[in-house]
Design a binder for this molecule. Structure first.
Ligand SMILES: C[S@@+](CC[C@H](N)C(=O)[O-])C[C@H]1O[C@@H](n2cnc3c(N)ncnc32)[C@H](O)[C@@H]1O
Length: 242
């Protein structure tokens, strides 16, 4: 485990450096196309007519999926290159902005019915302002779906790490042949729960879902038990207190 910086702009692993490769890998890869996105769509259910914010939207695959299901979606991302790719996918009229989840968000109070933060909060050491901002832009009773790396990954992979500490870990990834180092801030389940509550959310559901039923079998890991379930991400459906 390593020490690391805080905001997206300060991070050497800022997504601009490998935006195209990440977007290609995300489009069809097991972890995004067949695991995270279907599970988020399941948690949200019927979104027709709902106004949804995608925080850290990347190249916009979930914005596209939700729009296709009848939602009115806005997205933002700290990486101008990722927002450029999202614009290429969704068109110039799409509601997309470059913005940083660690700062004030450029949206009015109670502007959204739901929000999603998929694989973005784990880049941040301090969740208090990001979660407070997400709560601010949600209507009372609005939902926030959060997806992050599973908190038991460090104790399983790095037995010397203190599970109860909030610690950064620099991890090497390969995105469609392009290498990238990402700094993930791990924290305990109770630390997550305390941050959600402090920002005015209650946990409505925690999910550890299998991959989508139509996942191509050749993408699944070798496993003697059940290859459709593995410890990858943890999914939260939160509700803003009314
Ligand atoms: C793993 S990608 C996930 C993209 C998208 N949510 C998805 O699931 O396809 C993480 C995204 O979070 C963005 N990001 C990282 N830190 C951010 C921050 N502080 N504010 C906004 N976006 C951030 C990155 O630029 C990147 O596009």
């Amino acid at each position: 485990m390593t020490s690391g910086p805080q905001t997206a702009e300060q991070q050497p692993d800022h997504y601009d450096a490998f935006a195209e490769a990440y977007a290609r890998a995300n489009e069809h890869g097991l972890f995004n196309r067949w695991y995270a996105r279907p599970a988020v769509l399941d948690l949200l259910g019927d979104v027709a007519g709902r106004r949804i914010l995608d925080a850290g939207c990347g190249a916009g695959p979930l914005v596209a999926d939700l729009t296709e299901r009848g939602a009115r979606v806005a997205g933002f991302d700290a990486s101008p290159a990722m927002i450029g790719l999202a614009r290429r996918r969704l068109g110039e009229e799409a509601d997309l902005q470059v913005a940083d989840l660690t700062r004030s968000l450029p949206y009015l109070d109670e502007a959204f019915d739901d929000a999603v933060a998929v694989l973005v909060l784990h880049y941040l050491q301090d969740w208090s302002r990001p979660l407070t901002e997400l709560a601010r832009v949600l209507k009372p009773g609005g939902r926030l779906v959060v997806v992050i790396n599973h908190p038991v990954i460090p104790p399983v992979m790095y037995p010397d790490v203190n599970y109860f500490a909030t610690v950064p870990n620099a991890e090497e990834y390969d995105f469609d042949g392009v290498g990238a180092t990402l700094t993930i801030w791990y924290r305990s389940l109770s630390a997550m729960s305390e941050s959600f509550t402090a920002a005015g959310f209650r946990i409505a559901a925690i999910a550890e879902p299998p991959v989508a039923p139509d996942t191509p079998p050749e993408l699944l890991p070798d496993s003697e038990s059940d290859p459709t379930r593995f410890i990858g991400f943890i999914f939260f459906s939160l509700e803003k207190a009314s």
